[in-house]
Ligand binder design. Structure first.
Ligand code: PEP
Ligand code: MG
Length: 886
């Protein structure tokens, strides 16, 4: 049998999303439900993939297109290109996952010099017909024939200037005829050939353009940023045109079944009377809120509201629809699950459980843990005083501060250098995507809540303000003006995407907290998950914050961060540079009380929960002054004739620092090796920990302490250090007559440790996988060098699918985690297992750790809620997999 590439709307359903794309499969579904959908057919993503591979349509596809077209013509009783009553179609892209505005669309296809006459006959509206024709040439010219779109816009503005009018709608029939001639001339000049008049040729070319748009640069960038696989391909939707620009009884709009910003249950959207879809989506004209439609066309509004209710019930999710009203008749052009802010996602999920549309488990499965990051973004400090420069539409919540930048290239350039930028545009287009990705926030002076900037920013969880019309951008001079102020490129502004306020300068931001919907959903998640979630915290403030976010203990307290504090650093340096054990002891004695008080603070904040403290880990040179800087200082001192004694001191310091230098500090004297070579350091730390624990312990609550030895490669390292630790602890507990629950364990962060985990487990009460170092040592990459030098290239060339420092490399590093888990538990079935590398807060990796059977993950305080949700979703995935197997 011939392979089927073309599906009429009545042949498909929502289940065929991967074959027919999101848009196509939902058009089929709406047709099945009996909704008023202009009919059409879909060319499958398979066909696109064949085209991408071979540069040709797959065999048989074209024949199927012509046969479906014939059926469509019959259904509509109109023919493509008919000089009396022409059928016009739209040709739109549509992948399995929505990629707003990234690929191409052509409207009004089928118009030429004779069919335009047919359109006039049928509508008795020459202005409308010529306007449709000029729009078609413009869109087809830009999208299919690749004539620079700005050239058409320029010709249009020139004509308006000449006629002394401001709006496109003020151009009359004759003006539009002139414009059509100008556009055609432009096409001839730019492409060397006439604008194609044969409608079938137009259709074939448009299909090619949509297929090819799957691989255009902005679509590629978008896919990478949103983890959409490159091999899905796009479908092509060919649909009967209906017109929202046939006069004042016609309109076009977009609407959501709930507010995509807050999640509130009310129809939310925008529309434009006498306009075509692209006018709303592109933000070219500022649309009206949908509430006005209720007054303007009450019957239609009621019908629309009803259809939207039905859709939401059917899909059990918030829908984002496109509609057109043609001379008083409503048509549905699209429905899809609407993009929403994290805040809205939570509210909608929780509300839908209340409304019995979803079960709790379904609600948990609905939330993308990564999206919660948005809610954990900073807000403007309400205590701070500031003056609002201008106000725009609050399009995507969160606050951000950065330098004003007027174009995406510049934003990317500065962003790459670590600068914070606010991309400030008249409106954004899909071509700005690389700038949007690096920007802290987006500010546009035009467009509504459903404009490109708003949709994309919400999807990415970036603060965004749209339609700040009081900002006049002067691109030539790289400034924007408001009534009162001139702001130059590079000036700092703060934007609040939740209120729409733009503020000149920096405003203090505060960290967020968790709202009631968030709390409820996380409580449901806690009821499901098996993995515990701890936090990585080195200060009492972090520990408190994490506890507020639901952390069940500390999984990693990095003691070196305490050593870095300014008031300790001189003692730490003294300790490192000491030449004798006595000298070292003097320095350690000074450090002991400060370490002790650090631990007291942390134990208090985590009362009742386990605290895992890692003994000193990094190479010592990290605490010492930079060798090159010291030499520069020395030369300066010599040049300035500093006293000889001072110069001598500096020389001695330089000498000592040099002796500490290593060729590969990451693989040098660090971790447990430090503890073994400079015995006093670990002993002092253990003393500080347990003296603090004894000080804090009360009758009914004592700290639960886990002492962790880092970077063990051989069981013998741990054997010695464990004995030393226990000796110090027991001596203190005996002296203080206290009972403190404690365990001693190790990190698994070197392949050898993972491979010999059965031996290491003999001396460990727990393992914590240090997947940061385990990734470095398994790949043989140093993270700083890799991310700075070659990883971007690896990702670009798809040598690696993800950055392994962000998403756990399951097939390599993950194998070692699995192996060490098995070996460790073979020796000690009750060995406690956790992970404290950054992967502990990354949702995909969390799912892996669940699968392997770890007891807990530990991550930074702000990622604790994400990990709680991801862990619950991992349990759900287990249950689903189990159900499939049965
Ligand atoms: C690790 O290596 O994963 C780890 C948590 O330790 P650090 O990042 O401090 O080296
Ligand atoms: Mg480490």
């Amino acid at each position: 049998m011939k392979k089927k590439y073309v599906y009429e709307f009545k042949e498909g359903s929502a289940k065929m999303k991967f074959l027919l794309g999101g848009k196509g499969s939902n058009l089929c579904e709406m047709t099945r439900l009996g909704f008023p959908v202009p009919q059409g057919f879909v060319i499958s993503t398979d066909a696109c993939n064949v085209y991408s591979r071979t540069g040709k349509f797959p065999q048989g596809m074209e024949k199927q297109v012509w046969s479906s077209l014939k059926n469509l013509e019959k259904k509509n009783r109109k023919k493509l290109g008919d000089p009396n009553d022409p059928l016009l179609v739209s040709v739109r892209s549509g992948a399995a996952f929505s990629m707003p505005g990234m690929m191409d669309t052509v409207l009004n296809l089928g118009l030429n010099e004779s069919s335009v006459q047919g359109l006039i006959k049928q509508t008795q509206n020459p202005r409308f017909a010529y306007d449709s024709y000029r729009r078609f040439i413009q869109m087809f010219g830009d999208v299919v024939l690749k004539v620079d779109g700005a050239k058409f816009e320029h010709a249009l503005s020139e004509l308006k200037k000449k006629k002394g009018v401001k709006l496109d709608t003020e151009l009359d029939e004759d003006d539009l005829k002139t414009l059509i001639k100008t556009f055609k001339r432009l096409v001839k000049k730019e492409t060397g050939t006439d604008f194609p008049s044969n409608p079938k040729e137009q259709l074939k070319k448009a299909i090619v353009a949509v297929f090819e748009s799957w691989n255009n640069p902005r679509a590629n960038v978008y896919r990478r940023a949103n983890n959409i696989p490159d091999d899905l391909g796009t479908a092509v939707n060919i649909q009967t045109m209906v017109f929202g620009n046939k006069g004042n009884d016609s309109a076009t709009g977009v609407a959501f079944t709930r507010d995509p910003s807050t999640g509130a249950k009310k129809v939310y959207g925008e529309y434009l009377v006498n306009a075509q879809g692209e006018d709303v989506v592109s933000g070219a004209r500022t649309p009206q809120p949908i509430s006005k439609l209720k007054k303007q066309m009450p019957k239609i509004y009621k019908e629309l509201e009803n259809l939207m209710k039905k859709l939401e019930k059917h899909y059990k999710d918030m829908q984002d629809i496109e509609f057109t009203i043609e001379q008083g008749k409503l048509y549905m052009l699209q429905t899809r699950n609407g993009k929403r802010t994290a805040q809205a996602a939570l509210k909608i999920a929780v509300d839908m459980v209340k409304e019995r549309l979803l079960t709790r488990k379904q609600a948990i499965g609905r939330i993308d843990p990564n999206a919660l990051d948005q809610l954990l973004h900073p807000r403007l400090d309400p205590a701070s005083k500031y003056e609002v420069l201008v106000k725009g539409l609050p399009a995507s919540p969160g606050a951000a501060t950065g330098k004003v930048v007027f174009d995406a290239d510049r934003a990317e350039e500065l962003g790459r250098n670590g600068e914070k930028v606010i991309l400030t545009r008249w409106e954004t287009t899909p071509d700005d995507i690389h700038g949007v990705i690096v920007a802290q926030g987006i500010l546009t002076s035009h467009g509504g809540m459903t404009s490109h900037a708003a949709v994309v920013a919400r999807g990415m969880g970036k603060p965004c303000i749209c339609g700040a019309e009081d900002i006049k951008i002067d691109l030539g001079n790289r400034i924007f003006k408001t009534n009162s102020t001139i702001v130059k490129e590079g000036d700092i502004v703060t934007i609040d995407g939740g209120s729409g306020e733009v503020i000149l300068g920096r405003v203090p931001l505060i960290s967020p907290s968790i709202g009631p919907d968030f709390k409820k959903l996380l409580a449901w998640a806690d009821g499901l998950r098996k993995l515990k979630v701890r936090t990585n915290a080195d200060t009492p403030e972090d520990a408190r914050k994490a506890r507020e976010f639901g952390a069940q203990g500390i999984g990693l307290c990095r003691t070196e961060h305490m050593f870095m504090a300014e008031d300790r650093l001189p003692y730490v340096r003294e300790m490192i540079l000491a030449e004798t054990d006595e000298e070292r002891k003097v320095a350690l004695d000074k450090l002991l009380p400060v370490q002790r008080s650090d631990f007291e603070g942390i134990f208090k904040a985590m009362r009742g929960l386990p605290v895992n403290i890692r003994l000193l880990d990094p190479p010592l040179h990290e605490f010492l002054p930079n060798y090159c800087d010291l030499n520069v200082d020395l030369v300066k001192m010599q040049y300035e004739n500093a006293p000889q004694s001072k110069i001598r001191q500096k020389e001695i310091l330089i000498d000592k620092v040099r002796t500490q230098m290593e060729a590969n500090p990451m693989l040098g004297l660090r971790g447990c090796r430090l503890g073994l070579i400079y015995g006093g350091i670990y002993k002092m730390q253990v003393r500080a920990i347990f003296e603090a624990a004894c000080n804090i312990a009360s009758k009914d609550s004592a700290p639960i302490v886990e002492v962790m030895i880092p970077l063990v490669a051989h069981a013998n390292e741990l054997k010695i250090l464990r004995e030393e630790v226990i000796e110090v602890v027991e001596e203190i507990l005996k002296r203080r007559r206290k009972r403190i629950r404690y365990t001693v364990g190790t990190m698994i962060e070197i392949p050898r440790a993972a491979i010999t985990a059965d031996k290491i487990a003999e001396y460990a009460d727990f393992f914590s996988f240090g997947t940061n170092d385990l990734t470095q040592t398994t790949f043989g990459f140093s993270r700083d060098d890799a991310e700075g030098k070659f990883l971007p290239n690896y990702l670009e060339r798809k040598i690696l699918a993800d950055n392994p420092f962000e998403v756990l490399d399951e097939s390599g590093v993950g194998k070692l985690v699995e192996l060490a888990t098995k070996l460790g538990r073979k020796t000690k079935p009750n060995l406690k297992l956790g992970v404290c590398g950054e992967h502990g807060g990354e949702p995909r990796s969390v799912k892996f750790f669940h699968k392997v059977g770890l007891d807990y993950v530990s991550c930074s305080p702000y990622r604790v809620p994400l990990a709680r949700l991801a862990a619950a979703q991992a349990t759900l995935a287990d249950a689903e997999a189990g159900a499939r197997e049965k």
